[in-house]
Design a protein around this ligand. Structure first.
Ligand code: 17E
Ligand code: FE2
Length: 416
């Protein structure tokens, strides 16, 4: 048959009250209706009332370090800073093959949970830029199946690292999607400000996105975010800029946050929170009470600022556990930010779908709608609350009409 189409019956699309049938033709969604009758020779799949979501999006992960936990040693203090030291040791051993093999494995794990879009930070504080070369190759090899966005991430600083500014420019020339910074790790507040100015200007020059590891520290005096948001506003970069982590915002005084919220709203920037890993890394200098160290997701969301959730790490010096499954991140995120109201839970899949799509600038091709590419996932649950509670497995992941990952429904037998 020259023009096969596929009819999937009985799917709950996002948070719809009732189920729909969905037709895929030529890699696009051709129709959605409460009931569609099969055409001649059309293949039929029974959705059985299961949940369909737009593809899941990992908006913040470090694939260059994925699956290296214990190499050469474990991070026993659980601090960000010991993680950076351990990674600094492992980094000396990197080869292109090593990075591609681990990152490729991690991406396939992610795909098994329904992820199709991944923004990975890549450490560029390496004169050889080995990890970046590896991930640029992987981005090309996977391009038809998984969208990989790469952020040039200066793990050991820009102004505080030998040739840091030149390495950022080289990364921009090599074709990264976004530029990062790490103001709270620079030697001085002045360097922090200068590094943010530098990446915003470089991003404007190369027409790149910006995604900064911003104020990932429990220091209430760490205020990179106000500088980043101001540059985003004044250079007109606006929602092309993202502030990741912003854990210091947990510790800011409320009077300052009121002033900051106005600026954040004006600037239009996106925020990414990594609740699972930051509850592990932050609060490490506290005795009791011990801070949670997660940015103010509830208040930001209520103010209309776009927030997504990321995994941050998969089995590396900053997170010894994890699989890449974003469900764990959303579950932890809702508990730790106390976003446990009924509507907050119902809408929480947006942290790993629509909100993340805005941050990644995926545009009009993203979402389950007639005329758009037939890219979506089916999870083994009747709705999102059930998927979240039961850690529902993936049934199918379609990318432009092509099945790229699948699973079988989990069964349990209670033997009494
Ligand atoms: N590097 C960093 O600076 N912060 C993190 N959370 C990770 C790596 C995972
Ligand atoms: Fe990170």
């Amino acid at each position: 048959m020259s023009n096969p189409s596929l009819l999937i019956k009985d799917l709950r699309i996002e948070d719809a009250e009732s189920t729909s049938d969905l037709r895929i033709r030529d890699g696009r969604i051709a129709a959605i209706a409460p009931r569609l009758d099969p055409t001649d020779g059309e293949e039929i799949v029974h959705g059985a009332g299961r949940l369909a979501l737009p593809p899941l999006i990992e908006s913040h992960v470090h694939l260059d370090s994925a699956l290296t936990a214990g190499q050469p040693r474990y991070n026993e203090t659980g601090t960000l800073f010991e993680g950076i030291e351990v990674w600094g040791e492992r980094k000396r051993e990197l080869t292109v093959e090593d990075v591609k093999e681990r990152a490729g494995r991690a991406i396939r794990q992610q795909a098994g949970f329904g992820i199709q879009y991944v923004r990975s930070h890549v450490d560029v504080t390496d004169p050889e830029l080995t990890a970046l070369r590896a991930l640029l190759e992987l981005r090309e090899e996977l391009r038809d199946t998984i969208t990989l966005q790469l952020v040039a991430f200066p793990q050991e600083g820009i102004l505080s690292f030998p040739d840091g500014p030149q390495l950022m420019r080289r990364a921009a020339e090599m074709g990264v999607d976004a530029l990062g910074a790490i103001p709270h790790f620079e030697f001085t507040r002045e360097y922090a400000v200068e590094s943010l100015n530098l990446v915003c200007e470089l991003a404007a020059e190369f027409d790149l996105l910006v995604d900064v590891h911003c104020d990932e520290i429990d220091d209430e005096a760490s205020r990179g975010l106000e500088t980043l948001a101001t540059r985003a506003l004044e250079l007109g970069l606006r929602d092309r800029v993202t502030a990741s982590h912003t854990t210091a915002m947990h510790s800011y005084n409320n009077a300052y946050v009121v002033r900051l919220m106005r600026l954040l709203t004006l600037s239009g920037i996106n925020m990414v929170s990594n609740p699972l890993v930051n509850t592990h890394l932050q609060g490490r200098t506290d005795t009791y009470p011990k801070r949670r160290g997660v940015t103010r997701v509830k208040e930001l969301t209520e103010a209309g600022i776009n927030v997504s959730f990321g995994q941050d790490d998969i089995v590396d010096p900053w997170n010894p556990l994890g699989t890449g499954n974003l469900r764990d991140v959303v579950l932890n995120g809702l508990y730790v930010t106390q976003m446990m109201g009924h509507e907050q839970i119902r809408r929480s899949y947006r942290f790993i779908t629509h909100n993340a799509a805005r941050t990644l600038h995926l545009g009009e091709d993203y979402g389950i709608d007639v005329g758009r590419p037939a890219s979506f996932v089916i999870l083994d649950a009747a709705d999102w609350q059930e998927a979240l509670s039961w850690n529902a497995g993936l049934i199918a992941s379609y990318r432009e009409g092509r099945l790229i990952a699948r699973g079988t429904p989990a069964t349990r037998e209670i033997l009494f």
